[in-house]
Structure formats: structure tokens, C-alpha cells
Design a protein around this ligand. Sequence first.
Ligand code: C2E
Ligand code: MG
Ligand code: MG
Ligand code: MG
Length: 288
Amino acid sequence: HAKHQGKNRYAVFKADMELRAQRRLRMEANLRRALQDGELYLHYQPQIDLRSGRIVGVEALLRWNCREMGAMSPAEFIPVAEESGVIVELGRWVLHTACRQAATWCKAGLLDSLEHVAVNLSASQVREPGLMDDIRAILHETQLPRGLLELEITEGVMMDDVPANLELMRRLQETGIHLSIDDFGTGYSSMSYLKRLPIDQLKIDRSFVHDLPGEGEAIVTAIIAMAHSLKLKVVAEGVETMQQVEFLRRAGCDNVQGFYFARPMTAAQLTALLLERRDWSSRTALAV
Ligand code: C2E
Ligand code: MG
Ligand code: MG
Ligand code: MG
């Protein structure tokens, strides 16, 4: 009987694996033509200074509305793009589109208080030898002041090959680009590595913010203290509640990003926020 059940379970497992593999293949085929077919676009999510309540940056986030498979989350399609190699082309498009948009905001005089437009870099992009040339060409073509571009590299990708990434980050910094470490707290970087990295900011992973107040407190407090002792700014990701804001404010966190303030939105929607000089000080001020 047990043996029979085991067989059945295996059959279900195998069928499930096959479905997943098929979906992946379909996704990969669709991704290869998504760019040319105009199915990709960017959303922008504000980052807010906890002291002033003003926008200090925006993060560009890739969106895909596939005509065959519908809208999909980057958490699902970025890994497929990564494995199939399509990510390099997609990543270049994201950089170009975000820089062009930022340059438009800049020319319209909308960016004076805005520190940066942040773009996520994937593992393959970081390994791609042409990355520096691509970035230089994009900055040149879009005429975006280089200090306005910030690149986000996850802690996991960073730790993958510290010597190579350190070298790349130094070159990026020399070009005037700002760098931040994304999803911080989920990897294994030590303080001695962090000290050597030419970065400006740590982004506390949203899983810790989710556990505030409560279990996330110790690690969030420790990350903020460590970042400040290394003269880095800290942004908390995934802030959804007033209680989280209260905790972060008291803990001395610099910036926040999350649905409590604003969801990722279209460029047109963000333009409207910038035009009205939107400020969130009513939400960042301490209640007591
Ligand atoms: P990430 O870089 O850590 O981006 C933050 C994610 O948190 C975004 O998910 C954003 O929509 C989400 N988020 C922001 N505020 C909240 C909140 O209050 N609550 C919750 N639950 N979520 C919040 P998204 O856009 O689905 O992207 C997921 C991940 O996909 C990103 O995580 C990033 O790793 C990757 N990704 C997105 N766009 C790109 C891209 O252009 N290039 C690369 N390489 N990766 C990208
Ligand atoms: Mg910056
Ligand atoms: Mg990010
Ligand atoms: Mg993150």
C-alpha cells in the first residue's frame, strides 16, 4: 500500500514538474519577443525621506504584460530571463528607459529635490563585460547627469564574487554613479566587506520590515546602527503601516519605500506627484 502511494505521489510530482517546465519554456519564448512587441514597461516607486516627508528618489521596476500569458510579476519572469540570457538585453532596455525618463524629469525642472533614479541590476548584467560601456553610452545619449543614477545590486549577487564586484563598483563610483545594496540582511556579507564597498545606501529587505514591530526589531535596529557607523544611508523597503513608520523613525532610519506611501506607478502618475511637489510629512511625522 505504502509503495503504491509513493508511486502516486511521484506521478503527481512529476506532472507538476512537467507543467512548470512547460510554463517556463513558454515564458522564455514569449520573453524573447516581448521587447520588440512593446509588452514591457516600467513603473516607478517613490522613496521618501523620513525627516522631511519629501521624495528623495524613485526606483524603476520592470513590468510585463504578455499578450499570451497575461501580466506576470518580475519575481517570476526575471529568473527566467536570467537563465535564458535575455536579461542582458532587457536590463539594457530598463537602464535606457529609466535614464531617458529621468532626463525628461530633469529637463522639466522636476528633480531638484530628487536625489536619484534607481535601477536594479541582475546577476548576469553584473558579470557582463560590456556593462560599463553600455552605461556610459546611455548616460551620454540621454544626457542624464550621472549623479542622478543609482544602481541597486542585491546582497546575494554582490557576495557571489566579491573581488570582481568590488572592481566593478569602484568603476561605477568613479563614473559618478550611486550604488545601493538591495535586499540587505538576506545574504551573508560581513561588516569587513561592507566597509570596503563604495556604496551609498543599504536597503533593508522587506521581510524584516514586515515583522515590525515585533520580531524584526532587533535585526532592523542592528542594520541601521551598522549602516550609520559606516556612513551609509538606510532605506526600508516594503513599508505598509503607520506602526512600521513609527518604529523606523525612532530607530533613525533615513528613507522609506512602500505601499503606505505610494505603490509603484506609471511615469505619468509620478510626473503628476512631482509637479504637485507632493510631500508625505503628515505620514512621516511622529504621532507622539
Ligand atoms: P526589489 O528590487 O527589492 O523591489 C522592491 C519590490 O517590493 C517591488 O516588487 C515592489 O513593488 C515591492 N514593494 C514595494 N513596496 C511594497 C510594500 O509596501 N509591500 C509589498 N508587499 N511589496 C512592496 P516587484 O516590482 O514585483 O519586483 C520584484 C523584484 O523583481 C525586485 O525586487 C527586483 O529584484 C526584481 N526586479 C524588478 N524590476 C527589475 C529590473 O528592471 N531588473 C532586475 N534585474 N530586476 C528587477
Ligand atoms: Mg543617492
Ligand atoms: Mg530594488
Ligand atoms: Mg529589495
